[in-house]
Design a protein around this ligand. Structure first.
Ligand SMILES: *Cc1c(COP(=O)(O)O)cnc(C)c1O
Length: 392
């Protein structure tokens, strides 16, 4: 019996090393990684410049405390705010924690404006994490079941439905913020319309609500922009980051601007580990490598290549409902639950994921090249075809 607590349905494979988009398991088998640790390893595996930056920083200083100034943290806050057009950054250790910061910020903002029961508008099929507050904000009954009582202070509306938000605005006087994923990742690669995002931000302005975006999965170049919200030319009031930010070291960030700026004062929020020298050095290296290697352009280019490749390879195949996404965040929705494809792909040396039961999800490293993109299509498309041609 394993002493690891049984919280994951793990695939029967263990990896020993990686290089670029490739991984090798303990038996020496090679895999093309089209998942990147769920949008984490944007630079692929063992990127020499990242390894060097982490090793160098580990030899110099790993941790001090937020009791002191942390210069790497200040530098990273400057860099992220410049890229995002935001004003301030709070650093923590995960996506859930970064959303916790956003939720607390919105509540405090509400209290500062005399709203005693501040309420945040969240979306159906949303994913914001597994802590009690972020689980309550998440729109998955499956994830929530058994952990009631959930936290009050959220009201849920359908995604991409402006009328639903307006209806809530009419009768609920306690709303202080909206929390939106520009593309829902866990929810099935559902893309928010640009017009919807703009109208939502406009409504937030009119009502003095904070417009908060969860870019934990979409941020840091994943969609071909630094942040997916930039597709809609929007600068939000709060932006939540994590997954790709540290290329594998645990770091999350909650950025604030405009009305969300200066809401937190000393003593309102904090963390022991958050924003330490080691993780900030990794994040700074990530940002500069992405710039030097033009990985935003590459994410756009390879995203188009994958999209074109699958569109051609799956043309006319009954049961392929949609191929959607942006940049290197892609979903192929099938007509029926397709979880078994994950294991079939693994056997063919390809790492993928299935989310929302019916959506094959691809989140390859942003360093993917043309040949590797074509490999993903060549390995996966035949599996999908065979799967759809056999009766359930
Ligand atoms: C993964 C994810 C989270 C949770 O991040 P953790 O690091 O697992 O806590 C939150 N929001 C979105 C959009 C995510 O994709």
């Amino acid at each position: 019996m394993s002493h690891v607590m049984n919280t994951y349905n793990r695939l029967p494979v263990a990896f020993e090393r990686g290089e670029g988009v490739w991984l090798w398991d303990v038996d020496g088998r090679q895999y093309l990684d089209a998942l990147a640790g769920i949008a984490v390893n944007g630079l692929g595996h063992a990127h020499p410049r990242l390894v060097q930056a982490i090793a160098q920083q580990a030899g110099q200083l790993i941790h001090t405390s937020n009791i002191y100034r942390v210069l790497h943290q200040e530098e990273l806050a400057d860099a992220l705010c410049a890229l995002a057009g935001m004003d301030q950054a709070f650093f923590c250790n995960s996506g859930a924690e970064a959303n916790e910061a956003a939720i607390k910020l919105a509540r405090l903002y509400g209290h500062q404006r005399g709203i005693d029961t501040p309420t945040i508008v969240v979306m159906e099929k949303a994913w914001h994490g597994r802590t009690i507050a972020t689980l309550s904000a998440t729109g998955s009954r499956k994830a929530q079941a058994g952990f009631e009582p959930l936290l009050a202070g959220f009201v849920r509306v359908p995604y991409n439905d402006m009328a639903a938000v307006k209806a809530v605005a009419e009768h609920n006087r306690n709303i202080v913020a909206v929390l939106l994923e520009p593309i829902q990742g866990e929810g099935g690669i559902n893309v928010a319309d640009v017009e919807y995002q703009r109208s939502l931000q406009q409504l937030c302005r009119e009502r003095d609500w904070l417009y908060m975006v969860d870019e934990v999965q979409t941020g840091i170049g994943r969609t071909g922009y630094w942040f997916a919200t930039q597709h809609a030319q929007i600068v939000p009031d709060v932006m939540v980051l994590a997954k790709g930010l540290g290329s594998g070291v645990p770091i999350g960030a909650c950025l604030a601007a405009g009305p969300a700026r200066d809401v937190f004062k000393p003593g309102n929020h904090g963390t022991t580990f958050g924003g330490g020298p080691l993780v900030c050095a990794a994040a700074l290296a990530t940002l500069s490598i992405m710039q030097d290697e033009k990985l935003l352009e590459n994410a756009q280019h390879q995203g188009q290549r994958l999209h074109a490749g699958f569109t051609e390879a799956l043309a006319g195949v009954a049961g392929v409902m949609a191929i959607r996404g942006q940049g290197l965040m892609m979903g192929i929705e099938l007509a029926r639950p397709c979880g078994e494809l994950v294991k079939q792909a693994l056997e063919k040396g390809l790492l993928i994921n299935v989310t929302a039961d019916t959506v094959v999800r691809l989140l390859p490293p942003l360093i993917l090249n043309d040949g590797e993109a074509d490999q993903i299509v060549m390995r996966l498309a035949p599996l999908i075809k065979t799967f759809l041609s056999t009766a359930p």
